[in-house]
Design a protein around this ligand. Structure first.
Ligand code: ADP
Length: 446
């Protein structure tokens, strides 16, 4: 096992990774920007280095500064968390050169999976179902129109280097193509520095379902699925699991393991799919890192995902078999974002009062505390509340009680929206697609 690990991240995930490291007996090192110098994960760390930049995001994105900090603290490995440098193949390549272990897959695998066009090809070859779409990038409207008439409308234009739902455009007929293509390309260029886009069948009435995978470079196992259809701007707000029958879980589960093994994957991965109303699955992408919602899987399997990811990075082979993975009960995660619950505009500010719930089956992962100054420059995730019950109904009932005793004063949060969802008929009846919030525009008024 490692002696010291640097967490190149901040917020709730830095705290979460610190817990896993400490329980493995590993020393926790942190980097931090100006805003985070007094943050909970930094205060609990064994060692830390400031990286002060005028743009606060750069404190966590400056590859050479992170490597210098890692060397000065004498760490054996770096945990990237999610976001920032977690999917940056250049960063991982530099760590390989410096012989510092990256807790995640190799730079080659990250590069392959970071390109949605290449990832689609690799996973199709490994036997995963993919939606009809282009196998190369599309640059002209004419090319896109002829492809779309083969695929059938509606189609979606997506960035090859995409992430965070940025730039996606849905196209219903050929007249919309050229402006949609331009828009997607320009968003992709400014967000990812890569304007390659591709066209894919738009799956209507789809549900977002993803599989949690752990692999050691040779073998892979899965920890079942999470249902993540409640999204705002293509970003998840509420996640739950399990969702599928045992038969479907083992059928898709064995496919994702084959996909991970085909690329020599090492570490935690999430295989994301859309499922249409016929029950057919379509591969979307692989997220080669720990995800915000890994907690749902931890609650229903009792396994520590973050710790397992660290152990395989340290060179252990998979410490459990597929048969060892057992599912128990139902869990729901609520992302408590500091945002206006109607318009989702970020709401930074100081927390004057802050009380989180507890009790049987209730877990809160957060770096927030009374007096915490929620910065506006990072993402708006303030806390995650994860609630477990013997079945979905018990999880929902406990969630209502837990949200009722959550108090955050000083910033707006999406708690009122979560409480409204928990009382909404379609949600209770599991009639949820990725358009759930658009289809319930007055959920907060009803
Ligand atoms: P990103 O990496 O930007 O998050 P994804 O490919 O993972 O992009 O898709 C994110 C979300 O965008 C999905 O959960 C879904 O809501 C929507 N989406 C993406 N592709 C399609 C598609 N082919 N049909 C319908 N919706 C899609």
């Amino acid at each position: 096992m490692f002696n010291r690990v640097l967490i190149a991240n901040r917020g709730e995930i830095a705290l979460r990774i610190g817990r896993a490291l400490r329980s493995l007996g590993v020393e926790v090192c942190m980097i931090h920007g100006r805003e985070d110098r007094l943050s909970t994960p930094v205060r609990f760390s064994d060692d830390s280095r400031p990286i002060l930049r005028s743009n606060p995001l750069d404190s966590y994105l400056d590859i050479e500064a992170v490597i210098d900090a890692a060397k000065s603290m004498g760490v054996d490995a770096i945990h990237p968390g999610y976001g920032f440098l977690a999917e940056n193949a250049d960063f991982v390549r530099r760590l390989e050169e410096e012989e510092i272990t990256f807790i995640g897959p190799s730079s080659d695998v990250i590069r392959l999976l970071g390109d949605k066009i290449e990832a689609r090809k690799a996973m199709e070859a490994a036997g995963l179902p993919v939606a009809k779409g282009s196998s190369e990038s599309v640059s002209s409207a004419d090319e896109a129109v002829s492809l779309a008439s083969e695929i059938g409308y509606p189609v979606i234009i997506k960035a090859a280097a995409g992430g965070g739902g940025i730039g996606m455009q849905i196209v219903h007929d050929s007249s919309e193509f050229s402006s949609a293509l331009n828009l997607c390309q320009s968003r992709a260029r400014s967000a990812f520095g890569d304007d390659r886009v591709f066209v894919e069948k738009y799956i209507e009435g789809a549900q977002h379902i993803e599989f949690q995978v752990l692999a050691d470079g040779k073998n892979a196992i899965h920890f079942g699925e999470r249902f993540c259809s409640i999204q705002r701007r293509h970003q998840k707000l509420l996640e739950e699991g399990p969702w599928l029958s045992d038969e479907v879980r083992s059928e898709i589960g064995s496919k994702v393991c084959a996909g991970a093994e085909a690329v020599g994957y090492r570490g935690l991965a999430t295989f994301e799919f859309l499922r249409d109303s016929n029950g057919d699955f379509y591969f979307l992408e692989v997220n080669p890192r720990v995800q915000v919602e890994h907690t749902v899987t931890e609650m229903i399997t009792g396994e520590d995902m973050v710790q397992l990811g660290i152990r395989v990075a340290a060179g252990e082979s998979l410490p459990l078999t597929q048969e060892d993975v057992k599912f128990n009960g139902h869990a729901i995660q609520f992302r408590i974002n500091a945002e206006d619950p109607r318009k989702f505009v970020p709401s930074p500010g100081k927390l004057w009062e802050c009380h989180f719930p507890g009790g049987v089956g209730v877990r809160v992962d957060t770096h927030a505390h009374v007096g915490y100054d929620m910065p506006g420059c990072f993402d708006s995730l303030l806390a995650k509340m994860i609630v477990w019950g013997k079945d979905r109904n018990e999880a929902i009932a406990r969630s209502r009680a837990a949200l009722a005793e959550t108090v955050i004063i000083g910033v707006d949060t999406v708690i009122p929206l979560h409480r409204a969802i928990l009382d909404e008929r379609d949600f209770l009846d599991r009639r949820v697609t990725i358009r759930y919030l658009e289809n319930h525009p007055s959920i907060l008024e009803d």
